[in-house]
Design a protein around this ligand. Structure first.
Ligand SMILES: [Zn+2]
Length: 366
């Protein structure tokens, strides 16, 4: 298996300032670090290097996306606004989304990284790819940057695949703990893109990601939300994949699968209240790989989103990338066994009930 890997040092230079996790500094609590800072990504990249798995990956060099490529998804006003704030040197893309000098160019490099990963998979240069890009993208809508996201990297790559490479059916499976509202909104009336989001019920954005949001117009039926109760772990996620995600993919028959990949559903993440561990993510990756092999020649592209535990995101990312490339490094995740002993790791009845509701939506894919 050839697995492509996208990364660039500049991804770590996007400045989110000294905010207190998600709030601007104030004269209350001493200024700290924004949750979306370089550290988790840097440490994931470092683990890929020291574990030796980097030698088994095909390096894909990112480039900056062009304004034309961004414009397939975003409004000119939004693109201009991000550029203006970046050129000014400091500002907020909307709320809770600070950026600094150079962030515009770095965001172009992130979107372009997703495009390059997509192209490498479509042309057969690699079988699948992981784009470790930053800033993230899945909350950004056509005209608003939000939730630490400036441009919708996955959506830009999907439109690129459709318009330049002629793909007609692409599925996005978002396992970030927060709702993939941006990707949903961008393709909401579009039956050529099946968007699926598994997330903690009503976490972020507020009042977003309900089961009832099932697409509209021609896109009716082609958006599926699986809002999971807080405390859902590997058992619930696997059940959601078995009963909702995989059946939906089988029905939709995509030509390629994209995964906006966040590791903030882990049991030790500060920004979510779920119980996933690295073996849980590994299992989901395995299921998607099997589905991709059956449906679309194994074509799978992952674009990095959230994940805010500096010491745990690397293990989750490594497990997923090990599955993608079929090489085991032998690195042991010490948390995996510990978390495996926690209560609530298997699917609980109230979680299964929520999954069963979402499973009803599969038949709406026509
Ligand atoms: Zn997230």
């Amino acid at each position: 298996m050839a697995t492509g890997f996208v990364f660039h040092e500049l991804y770590l230079w996007h400045n989110t300032w000294n905010w207190n996790q998600v709030f601007p500094p104030s004269l209350t609590v001493q200024p700290g670090t924004h949750a979306e800072n370089p550290e988790t990504k840097r440490r994931l990249r470092n683990l890929l290097e020291v574990s030796g798995i980097l030698d088994h990956l095909v390096t894909i060099k990112p480039r900056r996306a062009t304004v034309e490529e961004l414009s397939r998804v975003h409004t000119p006003a939004h693109i201009a606004k991000i550029r203006e704030i970046s050129d000014r040197g400091y500002g907020d893309a909307s709320s809770l989304t600070p950026l600094g000098a150079g962030s515009y160019e770095i965001a172009l490099l992130a979107a372009g990284g997703a495009i390059k990963a997509m192209e490498a998979v479509i042309t057969g240069e690699v079988d699948n790819a992981y784009a470790l890009i930053r800033p993230p993208g899945h909350h950004a809508t056509a005209d608003v940057g939000m939730g630490f996201c400036l441009f919708s990297n996955a959506a830009i790559a999907i439109r690129h695949a459709q318009q330049l490479h002629g793909l007609t059916r692409i599925a996005a499976v978002d396992w970030d703990v927060h709702h993939g509202n941006g990707t949903q909104a961008i393709f909401y009336d579009d039956p050529s893109v099946l968007t699926i989001s598994l997330h903690q019920d009503n976490l972020f954005p507020a009042n977003s990601g309900a089961i009832a949001e099932n697409g509209e117009g021609k896109g009716k039926g082609f958006n599926i939300n699986v809002p999971l109760p807080p405390g859902s772990g590997p058992g619930a996620y696997a059940a959601a994949f078995e009963r909702v995600v995989i059946p939906a993919l089988m029905r939709f028959k995509p030509e390629l699968i994209v995964v906006p990949s966040g590791f903030d559903a882990s049991g030790v993440d500060p920004m979510g209240r779920m119980l996933m561990n690295s073996s849980g993510y590994r299992r989901l990756a395995r299921m998607l790989l099997d589905a991709a092999r059956e449906l679309c020649g194994g074509r799978l592209v992952m674009t990095h989103e959230g994940g805010y535990s500096e010491m745990y995101v690397p293990y989750c990312g490594l497990a997923v990338i090990e599955e993608l490339c079929g090489h085991r490094t032998g690195v042991e995740d010490p948390w995996d066994q510990l978390m495996g002993q926690w209560g609530g790791m298997s699917a609980q009845p109230h979680q299964t009930a929520a999954i069963d509701q979402a499973a009803e939506l599969v038949k709406n894919i026509n």
